[in-house]
Design a protein around this ligand. Structure first.
Ligand code: FPP
Length: 250
């Protein structure tokens, strides 16, 4: 039986978040420069987005560019920005036809104007689509997002819009970039690194983590299906005991 047919369609994670790592090392293994690895990484993005749609996932968030990535050599940053613009511009029609809705989280105003314009155009075009939601994390870092949320909450408390006693998990959710997006149940990181790297720190509180040695340019939809199958074999307890999960509640 193929991997996708082994997936229990009633227990597919609604939201999968992915740290796409290893492009640079993959390129080095091929004797190429790092930028070549990022270009190859786009093929993985295409395949994985298709696989997510096929498996019934509703949201997929890709960590495409972190706040910390601005510190890379200028040549690499420029190439990544160009790659983002060209990929978004080339793929939007196809995404739209497949009913995919594009969204982005992060400090989007720090992106080069051409990149932001292309992104906004695609987001607008696909905004009414009802299939998979593809969320690109761009110039994103979770600490930046949380600081932003705290600043906005402080302003709203000062203006009397909310009372400090009313600050709750739910209204903190509302101040994050992900306010309309359910928390990921599964986080995948490629390339053998076991870190969370400032990605969705609040939203991943109860997520299952899946780490694979595969470098991002080698990652394909079959690897995504393997991760989903692995997730489906785990017991998610949310702080409860195993017995509480299996016994009917009184
Ligand atoms: C991490 O690998 C990857 C990135 C920082 C960029 C990811 C970007 C893409 C896959 C292409 C564009 C994506 C979209 C959504 C259009 P690394 O460079 O840190 O690899 P290394 O750890 O081996 O050096």
């Amino acid at each position: 039986m193929s991997l996708i047919d082994q997936i229990d369609k009633t227990k597919v994670p609604q939201h999968i978040a992915i740290i796409m790592d290893g492009n640079g090392r993959w390129a080095k293994q091929q004797g190429e420069n790092r930028i070549y690895g990022h270009y190859e990484g786009v093929n993985s993005v295409r395949d994985v987005v298709e696989g997510a749609g096929q498996s019934g996932v509703k949201f997929i968030t890709l960590y495409a560019f972190s706040t910390e990535n601005w510190n890379r050599p200028k040549e690499e940053v420029d190439a990544l920005m160009e790659l983002l613009v060209s990929t978004i511009s080339m793929e939007t029609e196809k995404l739209h036809k497949k009913n995919v809705r594009l969204q982005a989280i992060g400090n989007l105003n720090s992106l080069p104007p051409a990149c932001l314009a292309e992104l906004n155009e695609s987001i607008d075009l696909t905004s009414k689509n009802t299939g998979l939601t593809l969320v690109l994390a761009l110039s994103y870092s979770s600490k930046w997002e949380i600081i932003n949320a705290i600043k906005q909450i402080a302003v709203d408390v000062k203006n009397g819009k909310i009372e400090s006693e009313d600050i709750s998990e739910e209204n903190i959710d509302h101040y994050l970039c992900t306010k309309d997006i359910p928390d990921p149940e599964l986080m995948i990181r490629t390339s053998g690194e076991h870190r969370i790297s400032n990605f969705l720190l609040w939203q991943l509180a109860y997520a299952e983590f899946y780490f694979t040695e595969t470098l991002w340019p080698d990652f394909r939809k079959e690897d995504l299906f393997t991760a989903i199958l692995n997730y489906q074999n785990r017991e998610r307890r949310f702080g409860k005991t195993s017995e509480q999960l299996t016994q009917p509640s009184e």
